[in-house]
Design a protein around this ligand. Structure first.
Ligand code: ADP
Ligand code: MG
Length: 271
């Protein structure tokens, strides 16, 4: 009797079919790869609808941090709460639900090369979410229109520019109407003149209700669109602040050095 009650309450705690609050809370999160610690006791609360930019040097664990949220990597210790609920030891069904609530956009787009833009989006809807083909295709077209790619629905990835491929990948990440979306350096693989079109799509998404966590080197995005900037290095969050404060009055010496190098690369030693 007692075990029956216990399993029922455990199952209900792990229901991610809908998020009441699209919040993400890191609680003492640590991650090691083998013996190598990458994240050491991260505490971070992202509120529903917030746009958070994650900055930090290469190798500091930015990708790891956001990949842990939808369990593309496994935690070493600590917990990540989504909607206030633990995401440790989820059933397969709960993990599937979680991943439909949390979209992910990769640096390298990761589109299927043998599928058109429309098919890339419809595929996930059909196979993961059980939509009927005709409905999935209609929804795919609406999503392509949302990212300005309606005309390219029948194009294969190789016929699209990097910026266009990334816009299709964003549309795909939005297919399941996620309440949280994670971006891992979405413009880093793009030619400079294509960065703007992807940032514009992200800008349109920001503050629309969806919670956004964006790993980026685009300082303009962090500055103008993020509600908060988080700087990580050495496995720790060294600084988190609203963009104005972060860029104008960084408090940690490491943040100041980083910003100096990024904002003024020809004079990285100047103060
Ligand atoms: N799957 C993995 N196995 C082993 N080491 C990894 C793995 N992924 C990342 N790392 C290492 O963890 C550190 C942080 O990586 P990452 O999260 O990709 O950093 P960032 O995104 O900030 O560049 C790096 O030293 C990287 O080499
Ligand atoms: Mg990375």
């Amino acid at each position: 009797m007692r075990s029956g009650l216990f399993s029922r309450s455990a199952a209900s705690a792990a229901d991610f079919s809908h998020l009441e609050q699209a919040s993400v809370t890191f609680s003492e999160v640590a991650k090691r790869y083998g013996d190598r610690p990458v994240l050491k006791g991260i505490n971070l609360s992202v509120t529903p609808g917030e746009v958070v930019a994650i900055l930090g040097p290469s190798g500091s664990g930015k990708s790891t941090l956001i990949r842990l949220i939808n369990q593309l990597e496994t935690l070493t210790s600590g917990d990540i709460l989504i909607d206030g609920k633990s995401t440790r030891q989820l059933s397969r069904q709960a993990l599937r639900q979680l991943r439909s609530r949390v979209g992910f956009v990769f640096q390298q787009f990761n589109l299927y090369s043998h599928l058109t833009a429309r098919q890339n989006i419809a595929l996930a809807l059909k196979h993961v979410h059980g939509w009927r083909p005709a409905e999935a295709e209609t929804r795919a077209e609406a999503l392509l229109a949302q990212v300005g790619m309606a005309e390219k629905a029948d194009h294969y990835p190789e016929a699209l520019s990097g910026g266009q491929q990334q816009r299709v990948a964003i549309a795909r990440a939005l297919a399941s109407s996620p309440q949280i979306i994670l971006f891992d350096e979405p413009t880093s693989a793009l030619d400079p003149e294509m960065i703007g079109e992807v940032l514009m799509v992200m800008k349109a998404l920001a503050h629309s209700g969806i919670t956004m966590i964006v790993v980026t080197h685009e300082m303009q995005f962090a500055r103008e669109i993020a509600d908060r900037v988080v700087f990580i290095d050495g496995g720790h969050i060294l600084e988190e602040a609203p963009p104005e404060q972060f860029f104008q009055h960084p408090s940690h010496p490491r943040t100041r050095r980083f910003l100096q190098k990024v904002l003024n690369p020809l004079h990285p030693g100047a103060v």
